[in-house]
Each structure stands twice: as structure tokens, then as C-alpha cells.
Design a protein around this ligand. Structure first.
Ligand SMILES: [Zn+2]
Length: 141
């Protein structure tokens, strides 16, 4: 079965919600970043039903700082998705949050040449109507 990918007017693909991740997207809409936190093992990301360390299901959603550093990145200058051609080049990064987990995300608000491993970044929220995306942008050190 083929599932249509929804797009915002600016060409950005809109993520599909799974019920488990609803608090993540609801918080993003309010300009907050929340992650699941296990009482024994701390924060984890991506959203899942059990802690990836102890498999406990007694985690809670908690706010995090939205600050981190670039762990790794790449620059997409080709664009596999035709709808995103107008947005190239895209900087795709793994951002290591101050609280520990790494998020795969986009780096926005700067030229690709300004991005480097270890660069301090902070969350930036982009309202696409149906959902709000979380990107990261450089912040003063
Ligand atoms: Zn745990």
C-alpha cells in the first residue's frame, strides 16, 4: 500500500504522527522540546514505548533545554525529494543535546560552511500548519 507523503506549502514534508509521540508534537507547537525520561536511565530519543536501557515503561515526558552541540553532519546538495529542491543545500545533523540524547535534525539560519562538529546550537521551531518541526540553529558559545 502506498501512503501519500503530506507536504507543507513551502515544500517541507510534514511528519506523520504516531499516538505515542503526540506529546512531543504538542509541545513543539508551543515552542517547547520535550523528551521521554526514564527514572533510572535518563532521557532518551526517539519516542518509543519502553526505555531502551532497562525496558521499563514508567518513563515521563519532561522538558529539556533545547541546547546542544553538533555531533556530526552532512550537506545535502542533491535532494532526493523533488519537493525540497528549492531548499538546497540542506544541512542534516546529529545534535547531541545537553541532556544526552542525539537528535537527527536540520541546521537552519546559517550557511553550510558555518557548520562544524562541536558547534553550539539551539532549537528553533517551524510551524507548518498541521505540525511544527524542530530544527537547530547556531547559538553564541
Ligand atoms: Zn530505563
Amino acid at each position: 500500500m502506498r501512503v501519500e507523503q503530506p507536504y507543507a506549502e513551502n515544500g517541507r514534508p510534514i511528519p506523520r504522527r504516531i499516538p505515542l509521540a503526540a506529546p512531543f508534537f504538542d509541545a513543539a507547537r508551543e515552542g517547547r522540546l520535550v523528551l521521554q525520561r526514564c527514572p533510572r536511565d535518563g532521557f532518551f530519543f526517539y519516542p518509543r514505548s519502553r526505555c531502551p536501557v532497562c525496558l521499563g515503561d514508567d518513563w515521563r515526558w519532561e522538558a529539556v533545554s533545547g541546547r546542544g552541540t553538533i555531533y556530526s553532519y552532512t550537506v545535502d546538495r542533491v535532494g532526493l525529494d523533488p519537493a525540497q529542491q528549492s531548499q538546497l543545500p540542506l544541512v542534516i545533523a546529529a545534535v547531541e543535546l545537553e541532556e544526552g540524547p542525539r537528535m537527527t535534525t536540520r541546521i537552519v539560519g546559517c550557511a553550510p560552511e558555518a557548520v562544524s562538529v562541536g558547534l553550539p546550537v539551539e532549537a528553533r521551531f517551524e510551524d507548518l500548519g498541521r505540525e511544527t518541526l524542530i530544527h537547530f540553529t547556531p547559538r553564541p558559545a
